[in-house]
Write a protein of this length. Structure first.
Length: 638
């Protein structure tokens, strides 16, 4: 006989319960003292209450029920049925509380959970069932609550409703508003909250402040702090280490353990875990993670990663591992391809971003608790604004053609080996093929030479030292070409210009970033996306785009590297001839400021257009990329 859908659902529920540490059996096999967590199938209740699909026992006392339904059943309507079962436990049976405090409704595919101890208790979606030990802790907390056991101070959601006033000293007005609004949202039991604050306006400090309060006053057991890249995890850990509590004489990490995850083991004593979402995903899958994966931002490269396979329940990392998840400027795919990692945990989710989009608003249920845009940050003196200086080459705007018969360098994309070969057919390419399928070194040189010649007259008049400059390249190979040409055109040595990408060897990327931030050299750093999000380089005064950007959010993030304010003395320490940082300059060689719609606008705009007929340059100035094993340049995209 074919299996009924209800039986299929119960088989899956059995599997999930067993994985979460429950012993599942029928009533005639039950021994409530033999297991810390026991799930009894088809349990008969008091007259008029029917049978509970599962009755849950923890430490020999009844605690809750599970109502099982076939897959596809909508579950909010089932809550009335499970609530009836909570009141139906026979009087002679032992129970922690009456009515039973915990109720699950599940199809094996979808599960909802209600904890009666929560203020204005309402059901929420959970990935799986909680472990018996977790329910035992909640029951113990409730039984020893400060009000004699009625729950006013037991349970995270109850404690969120009684947070002490915020000490505002040392916080900017926008930070104060963000923390107060967020805590109000959490007290209302809103599962997701979004904080939008302009780059450079103190988002991370704001986050450390509210995380500290959630742990100290709401007793959040553990907070997961997600960052975009492994390198940003180091920066975030430093923020926690330096945070001085206004409520005690200690720094954050002197009171609570903050762990930066570099392996698949969570410190059981940690109260904060800092990680990339890639690492958490690999931990849930029980797989090792290539360290290089954590250093390549997925912000603008989600297309490079296929949709990750579905996450299954991992008994080593139960759903209650984290009470709160903070996502700090994580890539856009975190709310699409990788959202299953966030939804695995039974936790509040708090998003921090300078550049929300419609997808972000949707994921956070349109619960925007704080909005502090760049323009307001500039008006408040928290950010500096920017000017735009355009350098245009015809090849970057229109593409070009190399005629058959010319000899060109053919460079292998992987090994960078160069071969001198004759083209046997015309090579015509579009602008978007530049520096990918085709490399025009003279186009790079033209942009850099123009930048050099106009730097002290038009871009930063009166300066003699090159301001700290960040150049965004298309990929690591493109960055390599730019660094070599920058050194040549400025007539400087290796220290003057450095490549900072996740492929950099020798010095670690974070060492190079620290030098770029704190030392005289390098004056110019070339990156792909390692410094595109989150990295704090206050002395930066010029951002050069030598790549196109598809994403408005990513473009805003990259622009935001220059907005941070800095004290004049600190700026002069790395740029001796600088005064106060009143603005920064975007040097746009790809037309990105026109092609990408941005939320903020420059104070003024300086246009300078250079028309360069690349077809008239000698063919020796060209290189064509070819993939490994190919003998002809790749056809351009059309």
């Amino acid at each position: 006989m074919a299996e009924r859908p209800e039986d299929t659902a119960r088989e899956e529920i059995d599997r999930l319960l067993i994985a979460a540490g429950w012993h599942v059996c029928d009533l005639d096999e039950a021994d409530i003292h033999a297991h810390p967590g026991l799930a009894l199938r088809e349990f008969p209740l008091k007259k008029g209450h029917g049978f509970a699909d599962y009755l849950l026992y923890v430490n020999a006392k009844a605690v809750g029920v599970i109502e099982a339904k076939k897959a596809g059943t909508t579950l909010t309507g089932v809550e009335i049925q499970s609530d009836k079962y909570k009141h139906g436990l026979p009087n002679e049976l032992p129970a922690w509380f009456r009515p039973l405090p915990f109720a699950y409704q599940s199809t094996g595919v979808e599960t909802r959970f209600t904890n009666v101890f929560d203020p204005d208790a309402r059901s929420r979606t959970v990935f799986s069932f909680h472990r018996p030990e977790t329910l035992a802790t909640w029951l113990s907390d409730e039984a020893t609550g400060t009000d004699g056991g009625t729950g006013a101070r037991s349970g995270l959601r109850s404690r969120l409703d009684t947070m002490p006033p915020l000490i505002e000293e040392g916080l900017w007005p926008a930070q104060i508003e963000a923390i107060k609004n967020l805590e109000k949202s959490l007290a209302e039991n809103r599962p997701r909250s979004l904080v939008q604050m302009a780059t450079g306006s103190g988002k991370t400090f704001t986050a450390v402040t509210f995380v500290y309060r959630l742990i100290k006053f709401a007793d959040a057991k553990r907070v997961l702090f997600l960052v975009d890249r492994g390198n940003l995890g180091k920066q975030t850990l430093k923020e926690f280490q330096q945070y001085k509590s206004p409520y005690s004489p200690f720094k954050f990490t002197e009171e609570f353990i903050a762990q930066r995850l570099q392996s698949n083991e969570i410190d059981k004593t940690s109260r904060v875990c800092i990680s990339t979402i890639q690492r958490i995903y690999s931990m849930l899958k029980g797989e090792d993670l290539d360290p290089g994966t954590e250093e390549e931002s997925l912000f603008d490269h989600s297309d490079l990663f296929k949709e990750p396979p579905p996450v299954a329940y991992n008994p080593h990392i139960p759903i209650e591992t984290f009470d709160v998840i903070v996502t700090d400027e994580c890539h856009r795919s975190i709310y699409n391809l990788w959202r299953q990692v966030l939804e695995y945990f039974d936790a509040f989710i708090i998003g921090l971003t300078a550049t929300p989009n419609k997808q972000t608003f949707g994921f956070f249920n349109q619960n925007l608790v704080m909005e502090y845009p760049h323009e307001q940050a500039v008006a408040d003196g928290v950010n500096v604004n920017y000017d735009v200086y355009q350098i245009r080459t015809q090849i970057a705007q229109s593409g070009s053609r190399i005629d058959a018969g010319y000899y060109v360098d053919k460079r292998d994309r992987e090994t960078r080996e160069v071969r001198w070969e004759e083209l046997d057919e015309d090579l015509e390419y579009a602008p978007n093929a530049l520096d990918k399928d085709v490399v025009a070194l003279d186009q790079i040189r033209t942009v850099i030479r123009t930048f050099r010649d106009k730097l002290f007259t038009d871009i930063f008049p009166g300066r003699t030292e090159v301001p700290k400059t960040l150049i965004f390249a298309k990929d690591d190979s493109h960055a390599e070409d730019i660094v070599k040409i920058v050194r040549e055109e400025f007539g400087k040595g290796n220290d003057f210009a450095q490549k900072i990408t996740y492929k950099t060897t020798g010095k670690k990327p974070d060492e190079l970033i620290a030098e770029f931030r704190n030392s005289f050299n390098p004056r110019i750093a070339v990156t792909v996306d390692m410094i595109a999000t989150g990295t704090d380089i206050k002395p930066l005064e010029i951002v050069v785009f030598m790549r196109t950007i598809r994403s408005r959010s990513f473009f805003e993030q990259m622009k935001g590297r220059g907005v941070r304010v800095i004290r004049p003395g600190d700026l002069k320490a790395v740029t001796p001839d600088a005064g106060a940082k009143t603005h920064y300059v975007i040097v746009d060689s790809m037309g990105v400021c026109e092609n990408v719609k941005t939320d903020s606008r420059p104070l003024s705009q300086v246009n300078w257009c250079l028309k360069t007929q690349m077809m008239n340059l000698p063919p020796s100035s060209w290189s064509a990329y070819v993939p490994k094993g190919k003998t002809k340049p790749m056809a351009p995209e059309r």
